[in-house]
Design a protein around this ligand. Sequence first.
Ligand SMILES: NC(=O)c1ccc[n+]([C@@H]2O[C@H](COP(=O)([O-])OP(=O)(O)OC[C@H]3O[C@@H](n4cnc5c(N)ncnc54)[C@H](O)[C@@H]3O)[C@@H](O)[C@H]2O)c1
Length: 364
Amino acid sequence: MIALKPDPEALNVGVVGLGYWGPNLLRTLAEMPNARLRWICDLDQQVLEAFGRRYPGPAQTMDVGCLLDDPELDAIVFATPVFTHFDLASRSLDAGKHTFVEKPLAPSSDLASELLRRARAEGLVLMCGHTFLYSPPVRAVKDLLRRDELGEIFFVSSSRVNLGLHQPDVSVIWDLGPHDFSILLYWLEEMPSTVRAIGRDSIVSGIPDVAFVTLTYESGIVANVELSWLAPSKLRRTVIVGSRKMVVYDDGSPEPVRVFDHGVVYKDPETFGEYKLSYRTGDILSPKIDAYEPIVEELGDFLGAIRNGGESVANASLAKEVVQLAEAADDSMRLGGAEVALGSARRFFPRDRRERLVNPSASA
Ligand SMILES: NC(=O)c1ccc[n+]([C@@H]2O[C@H](COP(=O)([O-])OP(=O)(O)OC[C@H]3O[C@@H](n4cnc5c(N)ncnc54)[C@H](O)[C@@H]3O)[C@@H](O)[C@H]2O)c1
């Protein structure tokens, strides 16, 4: 057996939350030479013991306080339910730990701002798990936009639908929406100015499982995001239409990015009412997409930001904007699809519902 030399630069990391997503973060960190797993933590003892058998190195605990009190621990990665994010992340920052929180960063923009403030005040890295910003096809589309290959962007239309997983504590807007909102912010580098959303709680009362969210931008771009846990098949597809070219990003397809050299040529009317349109259908290109695991890049970015300083791609400011968009979509849906100007969005849940989630024993 070859003994691996420990990396003297490796950071001590703890993982909290080993449900559906946490084990992916745990496996990735366990394989990263610049991370040393020091703790695993979950409220569920059986889950904890099962992962303890698979990863015998780190200490196990059901109490996050053990991680907070450990002076040797550099960073904590949280993959716990959304309603725990603010409390756990703020305690982690207060304890002087660099903090990675799964998406969405916090259940309201006020709480997201508070986390940002604490991270800045303490000089700590605060990052959010917007994994798609590290996905090779999303990066390839970003490259096309950076090189201005598509011309002026007219609109974006995306569908992220699947059968399940229904979440018990958040609507589909807060569960799936952060993926599209973060991708749009990353690609377009522009915060929408208005948000409108309609949807319904088809299955579980009070928890919308389908939503259609429309965003408008100062630059004139319009975007539509369809989100649903109720669909016959899985679809993660985004179309970007520009004045020069169009792109289809189809996650999971063997050709995840296709660039269409298609467009419309408009000629100003020479005489009154006689405008001319001609349709251009050129080549369809499928660029070569790098092959790497987004989650490895993501956690590498987190550890790199701690080690070298600087901002991660999925930084806390972007994560806060994602929360603002989800919040605005929630508000609009509650107002029957009314236009919500960014800045006027307020809360995540109506107060009574949020209190019940944070404290399930509180009366309904
Ligand atoms: N980045 C992605 O692509 C992606 C994908 C799926 C889920 N997520 C995010 O990951 C987070 C977790 O989602 P999930 O589906 O894994 O949830 P889950 O309910 O399956 O797992 C959560 C785990 O956290 C544990 N937990 C809860 N509170 C705790 C506490 N105070 N201390 C220790 N452990 C605690 C629970 O016991 C459970 O095992 C959510 O924020 C979700 O949005 C991200």
